[in-house]
Design a protein around this ligand. Sequence first.
Ligand SMILES: Nc1ncnc2c1ncn2[C@@H]1O[C@H](COP(=O)(O)OP(=O)(O)OP(=O)(O)O)[C@@H](O)[C@H]1O
Ligand SMILES: [Mg+2]
Length: 377
Amino acid sequence: MRVPKSTLAALRRSPKLLLNIHFWVVMALFGGGILLHYPQIIPFIEPLEPDSFLFLTRHSIGRLVLLLPITYAALVFGLRAGLASVTAAVLIMLPNLFLLTQITNDDVIEMAGIVVIGLVVNLWLESYWTDKKHRQQAYARLETAQRELQRMQQNLRFYLKQITIAQEEERRRIAQELHDDTAQDLVVMSRKLDSFISRGSDLSPDDINYLEDLHHLINRTLSEVRRFSQDLRPSVLDDLGLLPALEWLTSELSKHFNMDIEIKVQGAARRFPEETELVMFRIAQESLRNIGKHAKSKKAWVTLNFSPDKTVLTIKDKGKGFKPPERIGDLAALGKLGLAGMQERVQLIGGQLKITSHPGKGTTVIVTVMDSDNISQ
Ligand SMILES: Nc1ncnc2c1ncn2[C@@H]1O[C@H](COP(=O)(O)OP(=O)(O)OP(=O)(O)O)[C@@H](O)[C@H]1O
Ligand SMILES: [Mg+2]
């Protein structure tokens, strides 16, 4: 004889089921239902009289009690166990109908009611569990997507950090080469030409004029190369630190943009690690260039405030101002890299950047660096 596969699976599961406390609770509730249905099988127990409790007959109470194991089984074991419990409840109630001396309509309606309520409870719980499962799956998918997004953001941040570091390194290398090689060659060239002109008694006045023009051109190129090299990476920042570098920057930009830049230092000045000073310098540089380019203001203020626990750099103008976007990073997509770059750089040193601006009321850029993260070396 072939035993159906489902029965075999059920048999394999049965030892586990017998150890399950919920299984025994369902059994106990069914047991209670059977006792209420067939009190005559229990010796020494007086059956309840009709209309004996809350206007319900003993049979009604017995039938209602059967809803308990149905609901419990559906709740704990799911739809299949719930439907099996409805079937079991019908099997418990049916023989009692034949034992009654007189079957009333109420008895039939009650029994059908118990079956219908049992089925509704089962379907309702099933849809509740299905909904919950779907919600949990959606939540798990959302969490996975969030983790993936976070990982991508971390990678992007790391990538940006590496790009910024590489860009600064490249600037330093080009600035050094311009300063050490190109500028030195131009100096030698200029000196040689100078001594040639001073010795050149047999040169015609036209030749001397020509060579002097050339000498003048070489000197102009030399100062351009020096300016370009300083612009790429001011040696004063590496040699003397942030404050002298800011003084140099304000004097250069005030000449370049023909505006007055006031620089103020509050508290006792101190040095920071190289990358922190570089970030603060670059932010001041970009903010002042923005003022020169966009603010239509002839005055700017730079304040460096040193307090015991933090240092705050403020660059301010009272020019035309603008409406900053909700996320500064969005500007990068429009090809405006200045403010977005400031934000990226400040994150590299664990500082904070605040940009406030209102049309017609000017712009203020504030960088805050906590000293605990940036102890001078
Ligand atoms: N001080 C300021 N006053 C008025 N508008 C400003 C000021 N600073 C920035 N802006 C506005 O914010 C925009 C974004 O500035 P951001 O420095 O990011 O880009 P950009 O200066 O236009 O270009 P980039 O810096 O890449 O050369 C500017 O185009 C300008 O409209
Ligand atoms: Mg800019």
